[in-house]
Design a protein around this ligand. Structure first.
Ligand code: GAL
Length: 763
């Protein structure tokens, strides 16, 4: 076998060494270029002397699908030749191991060095699985995990100062595959790699009127101790002034951890914290930043205040359930004047139930009273064909529990709605997402002999759950798919639409999210409305036959411009995009791209840019506080309100912190979303880093959001005529619930990074 020295020479030339560890970057051997690829499987490819000259040159910055193998899935091999010079070790601060950083690999990999296995990514696989079983067991994928394999520096598999062959056997189980991103290199470990600073799991907690923050540091090394200092700098993002400065020194023995705390006065303006770690021995530094929560919504009043949508639709003869949302000191008593025939009010809880048979528009005077006073508002009830007159507000299990949802967790969410006070601001629906059905691959019967869909062991008493949720004055939602299986691989409604609609009604379901999932396998064109409409129409017809109203939520990720036909198949809301997750780029991409669908929103039919990603989220057992900064969360909620989007929380409601609760209970902001006119806000100005949205409201006023999508604080001047607003209108800051006077020539505002100024302008 002849060796190819050419590739080796190039890599050697690309070596970069620093001679001063305290100031320069750490030495490393880049592995970004020079890879060869073969889309088949053969363990011989691991051998260092294997002749790969006929293989394809391939980049590791994108999947193999984008480099000439568009449809390929399964096994593929990557090989590279590289000299590892002993100077790499000599110039490093930590010298006893060598790390192979191999970037992100979609989906699984085994790595060979000079023919010998040095690592494989099978973490989380069931014990006893062999690589091949594991690859074929489609339960987990590590497609987004950066690969980092470590060997002792004296490991005989490393050939110092000679050519080494790295061979990576990749298994892709579909969609896209291969080594596709990351900083691929060979390097000695850096001190900072053994150090962790956790601040993200320790949110700012309120303590004696202050925000208290815990920082946890850890030395993950088995042999080295790490010493250094952490500089803490908290700055106000509007004024740029320092709010807090601290300097903590640390000395961590191998495997030890240490926490320290600092406290700040509770903030009312955007702020951010920067933590700079200075490593004493290697001269390395690390910097972390995070947003500091700040409170905008004023404290709730003790006197009664009736909140929430004051227009409500129900079909004639269908069970009526409306919980008067009211804040204020308890006990509180409720009164409803002019209740139409067939309705009853529980004067202690404020829950109205019953049935109205006669179509019509009924104006009901609602009164909430406590020892400090009372509030009165008019509720317009429309008994007719349209439900969901305002965008649904509630909770869905997906963004927190994912497929680990259980009956207890759902009921706990319902209880928290009431106990936390969220229900007093209009939050109503408690929706189970995927994971309540029998798993498709399970041996268990999926349905009873007469075809009724069965719940899995995590939902022993679905009907009782419905009753308990209704008893709290809340509504109950569920999830299914028109395909044979749900996206999570659970039993779905294909062929059983009528049967399932009937079962759902029997369980007391008020809301169905119907997710395309495996129905896609039955289609020839996933974007053709002619193919998309029938399965959705079919379920809608089945729902219409039931003895209760069921809000119908279409989930097909916006395919075939669903907004153009969603209402025709009876949809009350439809997802306009793929899934959201707690990341600024993702939220930005979804939220700021809803313009095309805007004309199709209105009472009874809403565009759904997916759920809210605030609070503790995680799609499974392990939750984390949202990765959005407080400013990004203000942007998220403001934008969703301006878009008249359904507001479905996706967080663990039993873990609500002060900031999140404050964010979700601003009645003036929620009123923008719930405005009965049902207009979706649209962008009226788009400039670099500034987006201005305007939403017309039913009382002739408008809500205006000025978003700073840039990373620096920005001053902005809004000229009313530019967005069709008359000079002289009144301006109110909605988050602070404060009048700001009249808008004459211009409105000046300073907006924090990724933040928003949300105002209402009225005559
Ligand atoms: C996705 C859907 C998510 C969630 C998930 C459940 O298709 O967009 O919102 O419902 O399926 O498996």
């Amino acid at each position: 076998m002849r060796k190819t020295y050419w590739g080796t020479a190039v890599l050697l030339a690309a070596l970069f060494f620093s001679c001063n560890r305290r100031s320069g970057p750490a030495p490393q051997i880049p592995l970004q270029d020079g890879w060869k690829f073969k889309p088949t499987d053969n363990l011989e490819f691991a051998r260092p002397d294997f002749d790969d000259r006929g293989w394809t040159n391939i980049g590791v910055d994108k999947t193999w699908n984008k480099q000439g193998f568009p449809k390929y899935e399964g096994f593929g091999w990557y090989r590279i030749k590289v000299i590892i010079p002993s100077s790499l070790k000599k110039k490093a601060y930590l010298q006893d191991s060598v790390i192979f950083h191999l970037g992100r690999i979609d989906d699984f990999d085994q790595v060979f060095l000079n023919g010998e296995l040095i690592g494989e990514n099978l973490k989380n696989m069931p014990p006893g699985s062999k690589p091949n079983d594991a690859y074929k067991n489609l339960k987990y994928s590590f497609w987004d995990v950066p690969r980092r394999y470590s060997l002792p520096a004296d490991d005989p598999r490393i050939r110092w100062d000679r050519e080494n062959v790295i061979a990576v056997r990749v298994f892709d189980w579909g969609v896209a595959g291969g080594i596709y991103s990351g900083d691929l290199r060979i390097a000695m470990p850096e001190e900072r790699e053994y150090f962790s600073l956790r601040f993200d799991r320790h949110i700012f907690q309120e303590k004696n009127g202050q925000w208290q923050k815990t920082l946890k540091i850890k030395n993950k090394a088995e042999k080295y101790s790490i010493e250094g200092r952490i500089r803490i700098l908290v700055k106000n993002n509007i004024s740029g002034k320092a709010i807090y400065q601290g300097d903590e020194s640390f000395q961590l023995q191998p495997g030890t951890a240490h926490s320290f705390r600092y406290s700040l006065p509770k903030q009312q303006q955007s702020a951010s914290a920067q933590y700079t770690v200075l490593f004493e021995n290697s001269g390395d530094t690390l910097t972390f930043t995070e947003g500091v929560p700040y409170i905008l919504t004023p404290p709730e009043k003790e006197r009664p205040q009736i909140n929430g949508a004051l227009v409500y639709g129900q079909r004639p003869g269908k069970p009526f359930l409306y919980r008067i949302a009211a804040t204020g000191r308890r006990p509180m008593s409720f009164l409803a004047v002019n209740l139409p025939e067939g309705l009853m009010l529980d004067t202690e809880t404020g829950i109205i139930t019953g049935k109205v048979n006669k179509r019509g528009v009924y104006k009901i005077r609602l009164i909430a009273e406590n020892e400090l006073g009372k509030d009165e508002k008019t509720l317009t009830v429309k008994i007719g064909d349209t439900i969901a007159l305002t965008p649904p507000m509630g909770w869905n299990s997906w963004n927190c529990w994912g497929l680990s949802v259980t009956q207890e967790r759902v009921y706990a969410a319902a209880k928290s709605f009431v106990e936390s006070g969220l229900a007093d601001h209009g939050w109503t629906y408690i929706n189970i997402d995927d994971g309540w059905e029998i798993y498709g691959k399970s041996q268990e019967a999926k349905r009873t002999p007469d075809g009724e869909i069965r719940t899995n062991e995590k939902f022993p008493e679905m009907k009782k759950l419905g009753k308990d949720i209704h008893a709290l004055g809340l509504k109950f939602g569920i999830y299914s798919s028109p395909g044979p299986l749900t996206c999570g691989g659970y039993t779905a409604s294909y062929g059983y639409e009528e049967r399932d609609a009937h079962t759902f009604a029997d369980w007391g379901i008020d809301y169905l999210k119907y997710d395309l999932c495996t129905y896609r396998d039955l289609m020839t064109d996933q974007n053709d409305p002619k193919e998309l409409m029938p399965p959705y129409k079919k379920m809608q017809k089945a729902l219409a036959k039931q003895n209760r109203d069921i809000v119908y939520s279409l989930c097909e990720y916006g395919n075939g411009k669903v907004w153009e036909w969603g209402a025709k198949v009876g949809g009350n809301l439809w997802r306009t995009t793929g899934d959201i997750w707690d990341d600024w780029d993702r939220m930005f991409f979804i939220g700021f791209n809803q313009e095309e669908a805007a004309p199709y929103a209105g009472p009874g039919h809403w565009n759904d840019p997916d759920m809210l990603i605030v609070g503790w989220v995680g799609w499974g057992e392990h939750l984390h506080p949202t990765n959005l900064t407080p400013d990004e969360q203000y942007t998220h909620v403001s934008l969703w309100a301006l878009l008249a989007a359904p507001l479905l929380l996706g967080n663990d409601l039993t873990r609500l912190d002060d900031f999140t609760l404050n964010l979700l209970t601003n009645d003036e902001v929620l009123a923008v979303d719930q405005d009965p006119l049902g207009r979706q806000g649209i962008p009226v100005i788009k400039e670099k880093n500034i987006h201005v949205y305007k939403k017309e409201l039913s009382d002739g006023s408008a809500a205006v959001g000025i978003f700073n999508t840039g990373r620096a604080t920005q001053e902005y001047t809004l000229y009313p005529e530019k967005i069709g607003i008359r000079r002289g209108v009144k301006v109110r800051d909605l988050w602070r619930q404060k009048d700001l006077g009249r808008l004459d020539r211009e409105f000046k505002t300073v907006i924090p990074p990724h933040g928003v100024t949300l105002i209402k302008v009225s005559e």
